[in-house]
Design a protein. Structure first.
Length: 87
């Protein structure tokens, strides 16, 4: 697909969205966007949950927990140094 076709596809999509907005009205259009957004968020949440389950199954999750604790300890140490430096 060349650039001209891509531009025509984008323009057609924008025109289609505007026509749907005019035909369906703003409130219904907003509901459609909210439903699509909720589906996208649910999809990524499901992917994240499946990734976590996979990591538990591999037994590597404990490494992530240890790394998180280490990062939090370093952040607390930096914050304490910053507070000591400012006072």
């Amino acid at each position: 697909m060349n650039d001209q076709q891509r531009i025509l596809n984008i323009a057609g999509g924008i025109i289609g969205i505007l026509i749907l907005w005019l035909v369906l009205g703003f409130e219904l259009w907003l509901k459609i966007f909210l439903i699509i957004g909720a589906i996208i968020v649910a999809w990524y949440a499901l992917k994240a949950a499946l990734w976590i389950i996979k990591e538990f199954a591999k037994g590597t999750w404990q490494g992530f927990v240890d790394q998180d604790k280490e990062m939090r300890a370093k952040a607390a140490e930096r914050k304490a140094r910053k507070l000591a430096k400012n006072s």
